[in-house]
Design a protein around this ligand. Structure first.
Ligand code: FE2
Ligand code: FE2
Length: 182
């Protein structure tokens, strides 16, 4: 398998969450009296931060993009890579806006509803084109910059990255409470 195989599989999962985020944005837009669902938003934020950002964008930026940066890639590919990085950054900002607005809404700030709808809509707009650009215009052509050995090494790096991330996430579940014992 090519190292972009796992990344493309992750896209299929991210698309499913983005479809749910889109539904939530549409539900709130179509009915002005509809209340945002803080439980769904909390789950969506955890997914977008841990899976889409830390796990998926983490492998893209720290492994794939980092490897490509060490090679002479075309102007077109380096422009696309820059735009992809900017999209990741925008995704993080939209998640931060969504979290802050949801907290405010739960605390009784009715005006925060509009920011929630905007942030959900922003995520719904950002990801489909981002993913299509990676799948259709970037991942496959940039494989030509890598040797077979490079690709194998990258697969291993991705495996190690996921393992370390999972270990860190669950280690945090323990240390969070151990530290509180003091
Ligand atoms: Fe990406
Ligand atoms: Fe991606």
């Amino acid at each position: 398998m090519l190292p972009i195989g796992p990344l493309m599989k992750e896209h299929r999962k991210i698309e499913r969450m983005v479809a749910l985020i889109t539904q939530e944005a549409e539900r709130l837009t179509e009915d002005e009296s509809a209340e945002p669902d803080p439980d769904f938003i909390d789950t969506a934020l955890t997914f977008m931060r841990e899976y889409a950002d830390e796990c998926h964008h983490g492998k893209e930026e720290d492994i794939l993009f980092a490897e490509l940066e060490e090679r002479e890639i075309s102007g077109e590919h380096s422009q696309i890579m820059e735009r992809l990085r900017n999209d990741h950054h925008q995704g993080r900002e939209l998640c931060a806006d969504l979290e802050a607005a949801t907290d405010a809404y739960v605390e009784g700030d009715e005006e925060a509803r509009e920011v929630i709808v905007e942030a959900l809509g922003g995520l719904a707009d950002l990801y489909p084109d981002h993913i299509a650009t990676e799948d259709d215009r970037f991942f496959i052509p940039v494989m030509d910059y890598l040797s077979e050995q490079d690709k194998e090494a990258m697969m291993e790096d991705m495996w190690d990255f996921d393992h370390e991330l999972l270990t860190t996430l669950y280690e945090d579940c323990i240390t969070r409470y151990e530290e509180n014992d003091d």
